[in-house]
Each structure stands twice: as C-alpha cells, then as structure tokens.
Design a protein around this ligand. Structure first.
Ligand SMILES: [Zn+2]
Length: 124
C-alpha cells in the first residue's frame, strides 16, 4: 500500500515522451485489463478477496496545466490529435485527464480546427 503511492506520482512525462516516439491516437487512454470473475474453484471468497490489486490507478494530471498553457491553439493539430479519437471525436475528460477549464478550451479549439478543415468532422 505504501509503495502504491510512490508509483502513482509519475503521471504525464512518460506518455508525453512515448507519444513523440510513436504516434498513437488514443495514447492517454489506459487500457483496463480484463478483470476475471471470481475463480470457480475457490470455495466462497466472501470474507477475504485475495485478488492481486494490479490495477493501480495513477492520478491523471492535466497536460495543459503542467505546461501552463493559457490558450490552446486550434492550428496546433498535432497536439489536438492526442485528444480526439481516430474518428475525430473529442475524447472525454475521464480518459485524457484534462481539467474542466482546459477541456472547454480544447473542445473549442478542436471545433475551430474542424471548421478550418484541419481536423475531420467525422470518420476517416
Ligand atoms: Zn488544465
């Protein structure tokens, strides 16, 4: 339990570095490993759930707050692309970890970029 806190404190840097190397669309989204149901062989695990808690919830930090971005530029499509799906939809805050204020700016920027035909409205 103590070392859980140690590991949770390194949130954004590694994703930022990883995205430079390999451009993946939905990079900030962490894939939830499929949790299996209670093993059928175990006799009544009601009292003590002995599941290994592998899924550490790392605290997401708003990328824009870290970089102290006051204004999100709609022309900066490489940055905006990290916050939209491959279909062009804006990713929800719960996936990206963007704070509410920056999410508002971000959605405005994405919508402007769509109008300027920098980003797709739909599909691709
Ligand atoms: Zn923010």
């Amino acid at each position: 339990m103590e070392e859980k806190e140690m590991t949770t404190v390194e949130p954004v840097e590694e994703t930022a570095a990883a995205e430079e190397a390999a451009p993946v669309e939905a990079a900030p989204v962490e894939a939830a490993p499929a949790e299996e149901a209670a093993p059928a062989s175990a006799p009544a695990p009601a009292a003590a759930p002995k599941k290994p808690l592998k899924r550490m919830q790392r605290r997401k930090v708003c990328t824009f707050c870290v970089e102290k971005v006051a204004f999100i530029d709609y022309k900066d499509i490489n940055k905006l692309k990290k916050f939209i799906t491959e279909k062009g939809k804006i990713l929800p805050r719960r996936m990206t970890g963007v704070c509410s204020e920056h999410q508002r700016h971000l959605s405005e920027a994405v919508k402007k970029a769509r109008i300027m035909a920098l980003l797709p409205f739909k599909g691709e």
